[in-house]
Ligand binder design. Structure first.
Ligand code: C5P
Length: 288
């Protein structure tokens, strides 16, 4: 068996968009049952990892402009969880180039954790199967197993039941307001829609490219909009551009499919808003 590498640089961690997100119930532990399609896009963070002796995990932000939110710690927690699960005595230094907006519903923190688990599995010579990493990842966050799965997916349960699916190539405009909402605040809100009828994946799969990206809605959007008025402003802005906007995950990022040749007037966005034209990926860059 070949020797594990001492370092892995330029490890990508792509973002996701939730094409729709329906809350269909709640587990006794408070976690919500959902149905969603998670789609990988080409807006990504980058990790650089070096194996170190002594077990210590250190983390560095290469993009110093990024605010130090607790979400960052998920990478360190992922590394520590892998050490605990395997008894591995190696440590690591992890440098993170954070590009995906935070408090966006784009899964940046979860994707970083997933890419960190995949990279350390290799750097530390652990050879854990992907299914074991996914079980470990679920304990870190409900979105982590999706990123480890490596493909667009129909997602159920609390985020751990994944059925890979193919999606037609498409472009999207993604907007991030300067403000955000904490995910637990939305999920705990009394007026959250929690009784969405259960959808059938096969109905979704029969749709063509022109209707697929309009399917369903986001159950978290109404509450998020109440808590974060910028979301309403962004949806209105998209509507003015002739685009059917929607929130991804628990927000506050919004997106809309972009027809070929569509011309956007980004200059009319308010100061502090981020806008990016993204494409969906055919698969996670680390898949396989
Ligand atoms: O697992 P994650 O850290 O992404 O979730 C953040 C919070 O969102 C959880 O603490 C929980 O309150 C809520 N949540 C939920 N049901 C889900 C996913 C998240 O209630 N399926």
């Amino acid at each position: 068996m070949s020797c594990p590498p001492r370092a892995l640089y330029d490890v990508p961690a792509p973002a996701k968009l939730n094409l729709f997100l329906h809350i269909t119930g709640r587990r006794p532990n408070g976690y919500h049952l959902l149905q969603s399609v998670f789609m990988l896009i080409d807006w990504a963070d980058t990790l650089h990892l070096e194996r170190r002796p002594g077990g210590h995990i250190s983390r560095e932000d290469l993009n110093t402009d990024a605010p130090a939110l607790p979400e960052h710690d998920l990478v360190v927690r992922a590394a520590q969880a892998l050490q605990q699960a395997t008894g591995c005595t190696w440590g690591a230094h992890i440098a993170l180039d954070k590009r995906i907006p935070q408090e966006a519903g784009m899964g940046g923190g979860s994707s970083d954790a997933a890419s960190c688990l995949l990279a350390l599995n290799q750097l530390w010579g652990l050879h854990l199967p992907r299914a074991t990493l996914m079980a470990l990842g679920l304990r870190l966050g409900a979105d982590v197993p999706f990123f480890l799965g490596g493909q667009h997916a129909w997602v159920e349960g609390i985020g751990e039941q994944l059925q890979p699916l193919a999606l037609p190539t498409a472009r999207f405009v993604v907007l991030k307001p300067p403000t955000g909402v904490a995910t637990p605040q939305i999920f705990q809100h009394p007026s959250l829609e929690r009784d969405c009828p259960v959808a059938d994946m096969h109905d979704f799969l029969t749709l063509d490219a022109s209707t697929l990206y309009q399917y369903g809605h986001n159950s978290l959007q109404a509450v998020a909009q109440q808590l974060c008025p910028d979301i309403g402003w962004g949806l209105h802005w998209l509507q003015q551009q002739g685009l059917p906007g929607r929130m991804t995950g628990s927000g506050s990022a919004l997106f809309a499919p972009l027809p070929d040749g569509a011309d956007l007037d980004l200059g009319t966005l308010r100061p502090g808003w981020q806008a990016k034209i993204c494409r969906n990926l055919s698969a996670h860059p680390l898949a396989g």
